[in-house]
Design a protein around this ligand. Structure first.
Ligand SMILES: NC(=O)c1ccc[n+]([C@@H]2O[C@H](COP(=O)([O-])OP(=O)(O)OC[C@H]3O[C@@H](n4cnc5c(N)ncnc54)[C@H](OP(=O)(O)O)[C@@H]3O)[C@@H](O)[C@H]2O)c1
Length: 258
């Protein structure tokens, strides 16, 4: 059983749930019968067909929320909807992330000449500021005092100590900033809400839309299915204790240097 530390009827929020790793988190959380409501957010839930299908099959347990991390009003509205439904969250998992967007001409930079203010702004707003804005509005829903986890999917390439290849300025920088934000939040929560553990998680290279353009460079055995990635990350989350709060963990439970 995953998420065994969540009490019977406890609730989770998966943020960035329309596809990829976030969608699979929704799937695996719904498979845990002791979990009550699963809240899943994305920018356009009405267009998220896989989520809609899961909601239809969930027997009323899956609730969809509209949330764009770059639009604070949608974040506060989503939190208000959970509060109005007397939601009590035990896990908030931030999966939303941005690496490339052909429509906006955003792609990982190989050289300094490819860095643009627009690309930096877009990635920092989604990858770094996004989970912090979510924390600002959703943390009151953790005030029940039970153990709870606030986690975000970071990336090993955000590690400064581990950076030997360079490139990917905006993505590396935004994930490094995310890690700092989560660590800073953990320091504050240790005083204000010590039952809440805060963590940055590296999923490993996972077969999703985000990794598709780079798949040719990844050895097959190092490319995880979303099912495997989420199973591994749930194992890491289940092993967390408040003493781990503010740390950065890989899919295999190893700590990653900042
Ligand atoms: N895949 C990998 O190999 C890999 C490796 C390391 C880290 N990660 C991290 O893992 C997380 C999940 O990635 P993935 O591979 O599942 O990517 P993905 O398939 O591209 O999914 C990204 C998700 O982010 C959402 N999103 C993008 N912009 C958003 C915004 N402004 N507000 C709310 N949601 C937004 C997308 O939703 P909509 O576009 O539908 O709104 C989608 O659900 C990301 O944080 C990524 O950086 C992935």
């Amino acid at each position: 059983m995953s998420l065994h530390w969540i009490p019977e009827g406890g609730e989770v929020l998966i943020q960035g749930a329309s596809r990829g790793i976030g969608l699979e988190f929704v799937h695996q959380c719904l498979a845990q019968p002791h979990i009550g409501r699963v809240w899943a957010s994305c920018r356009h839930p009405q267009e998220a067909e896989a989520l809609q299908a899961l909601a239809r099959e969930s027997g009323g347990r899956l609730h969809l929320l509209t949330l764009d991390v770059t639009d604070e009003l949608t974040v506060s509205d989503a939190a208000e909807q959970v509060r109005a439904a007397e939601g009590r969250l035990h896990l908030v998992l931030n999966a939303a992330g941005l690496l490339h967007d052909a429509g906006r001409g955003i792609r990982p930079e190989k050289r300094i000449e490819e860095v643009t203010p627009e690309g930096l702004d877009a990635l920092f707003r989604v990858n770094a500021a996004g989970p912090l804005v979510v924390a600002r509005h959703f943390l009151p829903l953790f005030s029940h005092g039970d153990p709870a986890v606030f986690a975000a999917i970071s990336a090993r390439v955000g590690s400064i100590g581990d950076n030997r290849k360079g490139g990917w300025y905006a993505y590396r920088g935004s994930k490094a900033a995310l890690n700092q934000f989560l660590h800073t939040l953990a320091v504050e929560l240790a005083r204000r809400a010590p039952a809440v553990t805060c963590a940055a998680l590296h999923p490993g290279t996972t077969d999703t839309e985000m990794s598709t353009p780079f798949r040719a460079w990844v050895p097959e055995e190092q490319l995880f299915s979303p099912e495997r990635t989420v199973r591994q990350l749930l194992g890491v989350i289940d092993g967390l204790s408040p003493a781990d709060s503010g740390s950065f963990f890989a899919w295999d439970g190893q700590r990653i240097p900042w």
